[in-house]
Design a protein around this ligand. Sequence first.
Ligand code: CA
Length: 224
Amino acid sequence: MNVLVVEDERNLADAICEILKNEGMKTDVTYDGTTALTLARSGIYDAIILDFMLPGMDGIEVVRETRRSGISTPVLMLTARTSTSDKVNGLDAGADDYMTKPFEAPELLARLRALTRRTGDVILEEASFGDLTLDLTTHDLRCGDKSVHLSGKEFEVMRMLMSSSARVVSKQDLLTRVWGGGSEASENSVEAYISFLRKKINHLHSTVQITTLRMLGYRLEVIL
Ligand code: CA
């Protein structure tokens, strides 16, 4: 699991990362709201832990803009405040849960587990884009009454493109997310899998295509 930690109190940020790493999670950390939004929009995280008061852009703004970009990554907001209106504002802006500082490690982990389980429920069945539907259980890609089976990596790449909707996904994001940060795979591997996927989409006679944007990456488009 890949978690983005956004907290400007560096000691607390480090402590949170330590707790998560002890559980075998990967973490990225940032101390300001503006960078947090850029990272959150990449869509590569499974969860975001987001402080309320931040330099640059506050947590509410970060979560609102992240949701406006179509990113549904679960967000756990941290707040030192206890007033109900702040919590409501956070949830209204698109956060999934909040936790009041200070907190204990077991509570943080329990809330994170609950959040990621919840997304699991939401995306359990299938993802879709245009006339394509991806079955997240069987890994079959369908268009009308035709379907093809996707291999493990093809499935991961397609799911990432679909969950990014029509936004551009960079080769680097695909590499990090699908192959893992420390992998030997290169951008050539990404290109190879994109090519496999194009053949399969073509076979389905779908109106969806994977468009290459030079130097930027890929995105799904409906061609009518
Ligand atoms: Ca703060």
